[in-house]
Design a protein around this ligand. Sequence first.
Ligand code: SAM
Length: 274
Amino acid sequence: MELWYTERQTPYAGITCLVRETLCHFRTPYQELAVIDTVQYGRMLVLDGMVQTTEQDEFVYHEMIVHVAMQAHPDPRHVLVVGGGDGGAIREVLKYPSVESATLVEIDEAVINAAKEYLPAIAGALDDPRVRVLVADGIQHVRENQGKYDCIFVDSTEPVGPAVGLFAEEFYAGIYRALKKDGLFVAQTESPFFNRDLIKKVFARISRVFPLVKLYLASVPTYPSGLWSFTAGSKCYDPETGAGRPVMTRYYNAEVHQGAFRLPVFVRELLEDS
Ligand code: SAM
């Protein structure tokens, strides 16, 4: 008998994958966690029924959430990832020799442990000596760590449960204070097809906190609609600039960096109204 995993990405559409094996499936204090081995996308981390990362397409998302800001900042040394318990964003951050410390603040330790056990190619960098892993609420962390970071990445789940506060204006103000005077941050901000209202609201919230705000896109096959957005807030450096430092990647390069900010009409219009 075939077993298929289906994520209902909206009440009317979703993604479905043929499953080879369920590697783990349990409830953590924060969410339902599963790692399944799928024929099409390899191993897949699923939280509360939503695809978080897969072996086959994770490089797109993790490269695009990290390298745009790490290239726009001339000398990123101290970096924070909020969420990101699968370790993929940290792995990309550590590709820069300038990085002296990479701090991961993940609220659910079970995600870190499951990623280390079942997704070593994504989570392996978490054991790097430059990495500090904190099991904590990212909202609290930015409140208590002002002026510390050159780049911050908000690699959160969808705005549900403990992640709701990671999309609030107060959190973005906390991010602003946690950044150094020339810092910048990037948040994953969902799908321009399925989450238009959220993207508009978040863009407006970040625009009230940061002098420079830009949205860019990437195609992530296993995320809702396959088109994903990232919103960058910067104190001084333009997120569109800087691409050029050599870095080993499979999706990101200088042309992709530039192109990601060339927005389709319907996305540009979305931001004009925000
Ligand atoms: N790349 C994925 C995406 O775009 O959907 C997200 C990757 S990662 C698995 C998301 C993580 O955010 C989860 O492990 C979740 O536990 C964590 N998270 C949610 N709310 C948080 C909070 N307030 N503080 C820290 N981590 C949080």
